[in-house]
Design a protein around this ligand. Structure first.
Ligand SMILES: C[S@@+](CC[C@H](N)C(=O)[O-])C[C@H]1O[C@@H](n2cnc3c(N)ncnc32)[C@H](O)[C@@H]1O
Length: 242
């Protein structure tokens, strides 16, 4: 009888080991990737890109979003939608995370800055693509929980700081790229100043109640910058006293 029980257990590995939920997560993440690729094609008339860089897609397929939204089940974690993360904040829609990451054009040897750590998910995606990620979160509780989560998950190349990201992280500048994941009405001069020449800053520009446009800023050699509006978006506001 014992071998039969062992066999039964192997066949029903789901109930014996919990393997089913891992299979579910793999399938849900694969389905999410299909949706990201579909959204990429559908927004191509705005963004000018019908497919994303393979390294970016690989990062999106590798980083486990359910690790960053523990209070939700896998179905919600891998839905292509933003989710509340507490303190009135959200983790961004996966397609938008993928698009912003792609627009940044990250390279393995680069050092980048993120404003708006939130859950730490965007920072984790970036951490798989670049040498080091600096990320700033204005809500101390979110900064602390994201820092712990990223450390527990083994992301050793991410530095988290609590503070107003509007002023950037001058001690770690200049950066090869900056991502801002909260919306403000202008392009912060302090962040432009911390970009290397030729580097991009990807940020939503607008207000919480009016049109917002995902914008790519490119730093020029003379210290100025060019801008390109990419896509209408909806982000939570960039807060702080700046
Ligand atoms: C859309 S959420 C970011 C999601 C996050 N990137 C993630 O992957 O979970 C925007 C975040 O920006 C933060 N934020 C707003 N204003 C900020 C500021 N001035 N400096 C730093 N963080 C700010 C919010 O508290 C919020 O956590």
């Amino acid at each position: 009888m014992k071998p039969f029980i062992t066999l039964l257990c192997l066949l029903l590995a789901s109930s014996c080991t919990g393997a089913t939920s891992e299979v579910d997560v793999t399938e849900l993440q694969a389905q999410l990737m299909v949706e990201i690729e579909r959204d990429t094609r559908e927004t191509a008339p705005y963004t000018g890109r019908s497919e994303l860089n393979a390294r970016v897609l690989n990062a999106m397929a590798t980083v486990a979003r359910h690790d960053f939204v523990d209070s939700y089940g896998p179905d919600a974690a891998y839905a292509n939608q933003p989710l509340p993360i507490g303190h009135g904040q959200t983790i961004s829609q996966p397609f938008i995370v993928a698009l912003m990451t792609d627009l940044l054009d990250p390279k393995a040897e680069q050092v980048v800055l993120e404003i708006g750590t939130g859950s730490g998910y965007q920072a984790a995606v970036l951490a798989t693509l670049v040498k080091h990620v600096y990320t700033i979160e204005i809500i101390p509780e979110l900064a602390a929980s994201a820092e712990k989560r990223l450390a527990d998950l083994g992301y050793e190349n991410v530095s988290v700081k609590a503070g107003d990201g509007y002023f950037g992280w001058p001690e770690a500048a200049p950066f090869d790229g900056i991502i801002v994941t909260a919306v403000g009405p202008d392009i912060p001069a302090s962040l432009v100043a911390q970009l290397k020449t030729g580097a991009h800053m990807v940020l939503p520009v607008g207000t919480q109640y009016t049109a917002q446009n995902l914008t790519v800023v490119t730093k020029q050699a003379d210290g100025g910058y060019s801008t390109k509006q990419v896509l209408p978006v909806a982000f939570v506001p960039l807060t702080g006293d700046h």
